[in-house]
Design a protein around this ligand. Structure first.
Ligand SMILES: Cc1cc2nc3c(=O)[nH]c(=O)nc-3n(C[C@H](O)[C@H](O)[C@H](O)COP(=O)(O)OP(=O)(O)OC[C@H]3O[C@@H](n4cnc5c(N)ncnc54)[C@H](O)[C@@H]3O)c2cc1C
Length: 393
């Protein structure tokens, strides 16, 4: 995570200032939570939110969330992050303008730099909500008929606030299926690999076919001690193309349901981009012989690997905050929380782990059925929809 700047309020300013009740509580100041507050600010809603009661909670968020901790380049282009910066900083300083200009192209960015840019872009919004910030971590959310009771661990001790609406934007938790977690110490999640926290050698089995799988494979091979990587994937590996002509030129077979109706891109959401796409093409074309792709079931492959990397994605965090025994947590298309199949009124999810799927409002190829994440998506689709949802209650 990037360094907290002087524009970011500190614990000393806010510890102990939690109100007893509030209209809205936003937990998490990563790219998703910040996108919601920025959308409110840009729409002229933030002052109304502050008047009606707003509490924002994060232990140390500067708007960049977890992105700065990864040792890889972005799967989106620098332009995406520059756009966020431009929208937020109407009169950038010379240093800010230089960083914006440096990032504003179709190349990927080291995520460390992307995080710097996001933190920079978040400053005006974080200043605007400084009076509402509680430095701490939400530890429990207990839903009730009039909203939820939220407990926050702060440096001054636990604090409690009754909130009519709660938006959980605390990021995701690395998720591993039982068949892999049961294998014990020789299994790690791709999140740890992509952070550069795993030393491996020999033959590594990567389970999954997403960006994380290819990013993990790259990091392991760059480490120099791994000589063979097997990527075991269930669904076909796809690459994102600017349009149908580019897909056809690359020998890609696709149908009408693989084309985004809004942009004409092929496999817009489901395809690999940038470094992951380059690695996939190198494997496909025989230029990268250390990596093998297979659809053989994992149970048959595990025995031959020195390490198994589960590139199996991220799940919601909200389940661990709710009272025990309520059942599985899911979010509907309005991002409202359901537990055990029942609506939990007034509790919403935003960002990584909140499971937003494709619909006509999101764009993207109709054949894509997985969850959608990304800074552009939070800023342009998820946060505006949440703003409308919250403002109408
Ligand atoms: C490896 C990887 C690479 C990615 N690369 C890209 C990319 O190139 N481009 C792109 O657009 N997207 C990318 N994404 C997807 C997405 O943009 C990021 O995951 C992004 O960090 C998600 O933002 P978030 O705000 O949902 O969560 P996070 O970034 O995890 O932020 C969560 C925030 O919540 C706070 N928090 C956590 N727990 C609590 C609590 N209990 N109470 C209060 N606050 C809490 C944290 O301090 C943090 O500030 C990538 C994701 C991963 C996993």
């Amino acid at each position: 995570m990037t360094t907290i700047t002087s524009a970011t309020p500190t614990a000393a300013h806010h510890a102990g200032s939690t109100p007893a009740s509030t209209d809205l509580l936003v937990a998490g100041l990563g790219p998703a939570g910040t996108a919601l507050l920025s959308a409110a600010r840009e729409a002229g809603e933030l002052d109304r939110w502050l008047d009606r009661g707003l509490v924002v909670v994060d232990p140390d968020g500067d708007g960049s969330g977890q992105l700065g901790g990864y040792a890889v380049r972005s799967d989106t282009t620098g332009r995406v992050f520059a756009e966020v910066g431009r929208a937020a900083l109407r009169t950038p300083t010379a240093d800010e303008a230089m960083l914006l200009a440096r990032c504003d192209d179709d190349e990927p960015l080291p995520l460390r730099v992307a995080a710097q840019l996001l933190a920079m872009a978040a400053r005006p919004t974080l200043s605007a909500v400084a009076q509402a910030l509680v430095v701490g971590a939400v530890t429990s959310v207990t839903p009730g008929p009039e909203g939820a009771k939220v407990t926050i661990a702060t440096a001054a001790g636990p604090q409690s606030v009754a909130a009519r609406n709660v938006v959980i934007a605390c990021g995701g938790r690395a998720w591993m299926p039982a068949e892999l977690s049961g294998l014990g110490g020789a299994v790690v999640h791709s999140d740890a690999v992509i952070r550069g926290n795993v030393a491996a050698r020999g033959h590594v089995l990567v389970v999954g076919g997403s960006h994380s799988a290819f990013s993990a494979a790259r990091v392991l091979l760059e480490g120099g001690e791994v000589d063979r990587v097997t990527i075991a994937h269930r669904s076909p590996i796809r690459v994102t193309y600017a349009d149908a002509a580019a897909a056809a030129a690359d020998g890609c077979r696709f149908g009408p349901r693989d084309v985004c109706p809004a942009t004409g891109r092929v496999f817009r959401f489901g395809g690999l981009r940038n470094d992951s796409a380059a690695l996939y093409r190198a494997i496909r074309d025989g230029a990268e012989t250390r990596v093998e792709l297979t659809t053989t079931p994992v149970s048959k492959l595990v025995v031959s690997a020195d390490l198994v990397v589960a590139a199996t994605g991220y799940a919601e965090r909200v389940g661990s905050l709710l009272p025990r025994g309520g059942g599985t947590c899911t979010f509907d298309t309005d991002a409202a929380l359901h537990q055990g199949g029942r609506l939990v009124a007034g509790v919403f999810g935003l960002g990584l782990g909140s499971g937003r799927r494709r619909d006509t409002a999101t764009g993207g190829e109709p054949s894509f059925t997985s969850t959608i994440d990304g800074v552009w998506f939070y800023r342009n689709v998820a946060a505006p929809a949440m703003l409308e949802r919250i403002s109408s209650t």
